[in-house]
Design a protein around this ligand. Structure first.
Ligand SMILES: Cc1cc2nc3c(=O)[nH]c(=O)nc-3n(C[C@H](O)[C@H](O)[C@H](O)COP(=O)(O)O)c2cc1C
Length: 446
């Protein structure tokens, strides 16, 4: 069960380079086709599993332009990919992003339940509402849903999906050849849901896995996003640039969870971080600067700035004129991020160039140094109440290999990270209870 003295580790595999990493693919340690090569994912999932990581996380989106990050341009669909990882790994959790804006609850419930059975209880679902407004055009809509509808659909989807995941009680299938009884029909349950966004009769045509239900993760930072996370999230993905900021976010989510009658320890908060390691702190800073110098290109950064604003074209403006007030175009996109950028720009009177530099220009990161320095920082944030663990971006694979070889043993020596898996399920390793089947059963430990 929950051991809150141990931190949790996830690994984010974004092949040829995600947002902010337009040139990572130039690293010859990264196969050119890593985003679509299943063997590359298997290799790094297995490496993370040997290091006893809790989970592999596959992000997703479904709208691209020629300016999208290299990994986004050409990549594998998360659940298909995670099914391949399920049969080539044995303990590591398998978490994929799927949007409630462009999926029906029944097919999401079915796909994640299947992954959960294929992996024997290691599936996790990162519930998103799709930040890219352009996704609407790929699903027959003129425009993306407004925020209230996005989050309303997300909340109702999770409620319906959890209902569908309980379609069968754990002993619904006697499968008794002697008596010829395959199913006990009294243990199969229709949902008969009629809500604001969905009508779903059920039941779902698949049984529960060893962890009962896939683990539900959430990532969203608006008022609605945080409220949803505190209501339904068992794991929360976020970003944080200082211990104070991380602690404020975690405190906020935990107190919201308490208000909703939940145990805050069953909501695990995992900020995404980038780590640069060197032989000394100075060496690590040099490595960081070298990688960042390759990545940064002002014209490219102007284009990427458009993404939170629904891929608004900022190259049409004079870079040295005042930042344009384009909040309206972000209303259906990554609104929270876009509003934050615009409000800072307007209140400080910044030009477009200054905004681009603030958002994208190279600056020293937090988790950079020798292995000892980085281990100290990871422990400091964890013990300082800033986080329940970390989600590591694998930008440069050699850096991840070094993290596994040098930092993980230090975390183990310091007693804050496991030496072996506690369980074969994701819930068991995260220390999150198996949810009771609403028609039977009691809460049990994974
Ligand atoms: C850490 C983090 C990870 C996210 N991952 C994804 C993702 O993989 N795919 C996606 O479409 N949106 C992703 N989102 C976007 C959210 O689902 C949401 O659309 C966006 O954050 C805007 O909502 P907000 O204003 O509530 O933050 C992510 C957001 C955060 C904060």
């Amino acid at each position: 069960m929950t051991d809150s003295t141990k931190l949790h580790l996830g690994v984010i595999l974004t092949g040829a380079g995600g947002p902010g990493h337009p040139k990572t693919w130039l690293d010859d340690d990264l196969p050119l086709d890593s985003s679509v090569d299943v063997d590359w994912y298997i290799e790094y999932a297995r490496l993370a599993e040997r290091a006893k990581f809790d989970l592999v996380f596959i992000v997703d989106s479904q709208f691209i332009t020629p300016d999208s990050p290299p990994h986004y341009l050409n990549r594998l669909e998360p659940l298909t990919l995670l099914s391949a990882l399920a049969v080539t790994t044995s303990h590591i959790g398998l978490v994929g992003t799927a949007t409630t804006s462009y999926n029906d609850p029944y097919n999401l419930a079915r796909r994640f339940a299947s992954l959960d059975l294929i992996s024997r209880g290691r599936a996790g679902w990162n519930v998103v509402t799709s930040g890219d407004a352009g996704t609407a055009g790929n699903y027959g809509r003129d425009e993306h849903y407004d925020y209230d509808t996005r989050y309303g659909r997300a909340r109702e989807s999770v409620e319906v999906i959890r209902g569908l995941w309980d379609s069968y009680e754990d002993d619904a299938f006697p499968r008794d050849r002697a008596s010829g009884v395959f199913l006990d029909p009294s243990k199969q349950h229709r949902l008969d849901h009629r809500g604001e966004h969905f009508s779903v009769v059920g039941p779902l045509n698949i049984e529960r896995s060893p962890q009962g239900q896939p683990v539900v993760f959430q990532a969203g930072d608006s008022e609605q996003g945080r409220d949803l996370g505190a209501t339904i999230g068992e794991g929360i993905f976020t970003h944080a640039s200082s211990l104070e900021q991380a602690r404020a976010f975690r405190d906020d989510i935990r107190s919201r969870a308490v208000e909703k009658g939940r145990d805050p320890d069953s909501v695990k908060i995992l900020p995404g971080i980038s780590v640069y390691l060197g032989d000394t702190d100075a060496d690590a800073r040099r490595i960081e600067r070298e990688y960042q110098a390759i990545e940064y290109d002002f014209d490219r950064a102007v284009k990427e700035l458009g993404r939170p604003f629904g891929w608004h074209d900022f190259s049409q403006y004079d870079a040295d004129a005042a930042f344009p007030d384009v909040r309206a175009v972000a209303a259906l996109s990554f609104k929270t991020q876009a509003d934050r950028i615009t409000e800072t720009a307007l209140s400080e009177g910044l030009t477009l160039r200054q905004v681009v530099e603030r958002v994208s220009a190279p600056r020293p990161g937090v988790f950079v140094g020798s292995s000892e320095t980085v281990a100290d920082l990871l422990v400091e944030w964890f013990e300082g109440g800033g986080t329940d663990g970390y989600n590591l971006h694998v930008d440069h694979p050699s850096q991840f290999r070094r993290f596994v070889a040098e930092v993980v043993p230090l975390l183990q020596e310091r007693g804050v990270f496991r030496r072996d898996y506690e369980s074969t399920t994701l819930r068991g390793n995260l220390g999150i209870p198996v949810p009771r089947n609403r028609y039977s059963g009691a809460l049990v430990d994974a």
